[in-house]
Design a protein around this ligand. Structure first.
Ligand code: ADP
Ligand code: ADP
Ligand code: ZN
Length: 215
């Protein structure tokens, strides 16, 4: 099973991904999480990626496709994978088409999570992330039980440096220009399902589940 979660920053991809991978027992591949880890660990990849991420720009395709190629070959992907935040450009999507035969996989569904722009800004500027497990929270919409402490692992919560209003606006513009064209790319391939992401977390998941249960 290979599923792609497509949608603007703040649409709730990471939040829904957590639920999907638990229920369907597939690997969660979030390029943003992998890149943030590399930045934290100060690896060669992290040093290259940091400047782009800080400015709300996409990391160059050639760096990102290498990450995904290696990741898809790891043993936990044999039961399937959920791609969260990849592909984000037409070049990345074309790359994925190329490697799929090598790993004997095909894209089952692309879930396009659609959310109004004002709501995206509210979600992103109130987002908090666990520094240990990466789980995401929201100060109003999904507060942890104890302030600034992760429900799942007890880790401290922090605000991502790119979740400021200025960088959020840049990321939304980048999404429109570079990622939104993928919606028609996958619609033409007949694998796209639109999800109304404006609803609460459980209602969004219900829509997703009703589509995925057939695969
Ligand atoms: P993405 O991975 O698409 O950038 P996240 O899953 O990190 O998005 O969600 C962005 C923020 O919005 C987080 O703070 C999250 O808790 C919150 N959020 C996610 N889904 C919803 C929803 N359906 N309603 C309200 N807030 C949500
Ligand atoms: P969000 O879901 O909130 O947009 P992510 O965690 O997916 O954020 O990504 C954070 C940043 O990591 C992006 O702004 C971009 O700089 C980089 N990034 C993540 N995935 C990709 C990708 N597929 N291609 C290029 N850059 C990426
Ligand atoms: Zn945690």
């Amino acid at each position: 099973m290979l599923i792609i979660l497509l949608g603007p920053p703040g649409a709730g991809k990471g939040t829904q991904a957590e639920k999907i991978v638990n229920e369907y027992n597939i690997a969660h591949i979030a390029t943003g999480d992998i890149l943030r880890n590399a930045v934290k660990e100060e690896t060669t990849l992290g040093r290259k990626a940091r400047q782009y991420m800080d400015q709300g720009q996409l990391v160059p395709d050639e760096l990102v496709v290498e990450i995904v190629k290696d990741r898809l070959l790891e043993p936990d992907c044999t039961n399937g994978a959920l791609l969260d935040g990849f592909p984000r450009t037409v070049v990345q999507a074309a790359f994925l088409e190329q490697v799929l035969p090598d790993i004997k996989a095909r894209i089952d569904r692309v879930l396009s999570v659609e959310v109004e722009e004002g709501e995206l800004i509210n979600r992103l500027t109130g987002r908090r992330i666990c520094c240990d497990c990466g789980a995401s929270y929201h100060v109003k919409f999904k507060p942890p039980k104890v302030r600034n402490v992760c429900d799942q692992c007890g880790g401290d919560l922090y605000q991502r440096s790119d979740d400021t209003l200025e960088t959020v606006k840049e990321r939304l513009a980048v999404y429109k220009k570079q990622t939104e064209p993928l919606i028609s790319f996958y619609r033409e391939k007949g694998v796209l399902s639109a999800i109304d992401g404006n609803q609460d977390i459980d209602s969004v998941y219900k829509q997703i589940n009703s589509i995925l249960k057939d695969y």
